[in-house]
Design a protein around this ligand. Structure first.
Ligand SMILES: [Zn+2]
Length: 531
């Protein structure tokens, strides 16, 4: 009997469904906001009795890859404030293998074939939407797990091991495959072994997956696809707390390098009536989210001041303005602690907000700070410049200080031995020198040669440390260096230039310029990513 005759009515229905795929309960998808699609076809565990078991091919699941997919999505969102598109199969591989053509994938089961069609339909749709966000270009990472002996990730570029063994000159696309900006190179930077990569140029006869059906089918016309075959060490449940951030540290800068990360939106939006932010809606009318940190504005606050504070916050968190936060640990602490900045127009408006503090705290907003409209000065010092391009005297833009105070809680808690606000941290050791002694309370008089002499009696040791961090870091970045400033702040803080800081306070200078930490290196100017 010929194929056409064997197709029959059921076959025709199946064919039409394959051509016009529907949603499937077995395919999980999530919309994204980045030119990146993550796919995990082999991580599912569902074995519905209604589906026939597959009998040919590989039937073992890639354990842990679903967990890696969702964890990686979260870790990338933490770093960029944006989400990758996701496509994952819930089905165990004994029921469906989306990484094969439909015949081998479903082996004659109708429901499985529909899930297969839905999987590839979802990948196509996600690829299209991701390309729209990447100016016509996007990346698909198809996540798998290998059981090979080598503890490395096999990066499948749809290029065979034989071709990879060729010298660089004979390899097409070498920069993409193992050059200094290849995914393998970014794996190396994240302390992950990968093949191919600059240090492991090819598998050298060892077992290696070049990239399967998904990698080969979903590419071209602006779409790049790479298969990630992870070793079991990166997929084990107990290792995910370090393996997922490491993978995100490899993938995110690679994405930024080749596809770009669209800037996060710093436009204020109305406060939602539902969800975690609803608790603020009776006092504030707008908010801006900056890498998961909220800024809330009362109805009286000037729009431009809110936007300025948002830009300053973005600059304190992503100081090199590449779209990736400088230190994910800091942002994670701020997000998990419920960090927020409240912005009323004037200080006296705070009194009306105070009665809500407890409610906010009980709702999980535990790390609040205030900044007022009348002290937020986008055109103030140290931003303002004269006709000669030099800084001019003026009132200091307090957003630089208050926003840094909020951000510094992430540094203080994330790196407490170094930047902690409690006695014994390196920061506090330096502060004790700067104050001319270890003072738990404000001394009646600071020693004559002290250069940090803040005398507000309500400011305890921790508060003193927070202020010291602000003074030292902004001085290092040149933020206190403008005419008239030394006279204004001299009763509290002496050095006003980076050079003076090095001379006066070498301990804090060394601490804050230590390249081991991704501390801010440039003073925010209120224009994040040219905004
Ligand atoms: Zn696989």
């Amino acid at each position: 009997m010929g194929r056409a005759a064997a197709l029959g009515l059921a076959g025709l229905i199946l064919l039409s469904l394959l051509l016009f795929p529907q949603d499937s309960p077995w395919v999980e998808t999530r919309q994204g906001t980045l030119p990146l699609v993550l796919s995990a076809p082999h991580g599912g565990g569902e074995k519905p009795a209604s589906m026939k078991d597959r009998t040919r091919g590989i039937l073992k699941r890639d354990s842990g890859t679903r967990e890696v997919l969702f964890g990686l999505a979260e870790a990338i969102e933490l770093r960029t404030g944006r989400r990758p598109f996701l496509v994952a199969s819930n089905l165990h591989r004994v029921k469906l293998d989306p990484n094969r053509d439909v015949e081998e994938a479903a082996q004659g089961d109708r429901e499985a074939a529909l899930a297969w069609a839905a999987y590839h339909g979802a990948l196509e749709e996600a690829g299209r939407a991701a390309k729209a966000l990447g100016g016509g270009r996007a990346l698909i990472l198809d996540i798998h797990g290998h059981g090979h002996e080598e503890n490395w990730t096999e990066l499948g570029h749809a290029v065979s091991a034989e071709i990879l063994a060729k010298p660089d000159e004979e390899l097409e696309d070498v920069g993409w495959i193992r050059g200094p900006t290849s995914l393998g190179a970014f794996f190396e930077h994240a302390d992950l072994r990968a093949v191919p990569s600059p240090s492991i140029p090819h598998p050298d006869g060892k077992p290696y997956f070049t990239g399967g059906y998904i990698t080969r089918r979903h590419r071209g016309d602006g779409l790049r696809s790479i298969q990630l075959e992870l070793p079991s060490s990166l997929r084990k449940t107990e290792n995910l707390p370090w393996s997922v951030p490491a993978l995100a540290d490899a993938v995110t800068p690679f994405l930024a390098e080749h596809f770009g990360i669209p800037p996060i939106s710093l436009h204020p939006s109305p406060l939602p009536e539902e969800g975690p932010l609803a608790v603020f809606s009776n006092s504030f009318d707008r908010h801006v989210e900056v890498f998961g940190v909220q800024i809330l504005a009362t109805p009286g606050l000037d729009h431009g001041k809110l936007v300025h504070a948002a830009h300053v916050l973005a600059e304190w968190l992503d100081n090199d303005e590449n779209g990736i936060v400088d230190e994910p640990v800091v942002v994670e602490i701020l997000r998990e602690g419920g960090a927020f900045l409240v912005m009323p127009a004037r200080e006296r408006d705070m009194r009306r907000l105070e009665r809500h503090f407890e409610t906010w705290d009980e709702s999980g907003w535990r790390m609040g700070l205030d900044l007022y409209g009348d002290e937020t000065l986008p055109e103030g010092a140290p931003h303002a410049r004269g006709e000669d391009g030099k800084r001019v005297p003026g009132r200091f833009d307090a957003s630089l200080e208050e926003v840094l105070h909020l951000v510094s809680h992430g540094w203080e808690r994330g790196f407490s031995d170094t930047f902690g606000f409690e006695r014994g941290s390196k920061l506090c050791d330096a502060m004790d020198l700067a104050r001319g002694g270890r003072f738990d309370r404000i001394p009646r008089r600071y020693p004559k040669d002290a250069w940090y002499t803040y005398d507000d009696r309500t400011c305890d040791y921790e508060c003193q440390a927070a202020e010291y961090f602000y003074w030292a870091l902004t001085t290092l970045l040149g933020g206190q260096d403008f005419p008239g400033r030394a006279e204004d702040i001299g009763h509290e803080w002496r050095p006003t230039t980076a050079e003076a800081l090095l001379e006066t306070d070498p301990a804090v200078y060394e601490l804050l310029s230590d390249l081991e930490f991704a501390l801010p290196r440039i003073l925010p100017d209120g224009h994040y990513r040219d905004g």
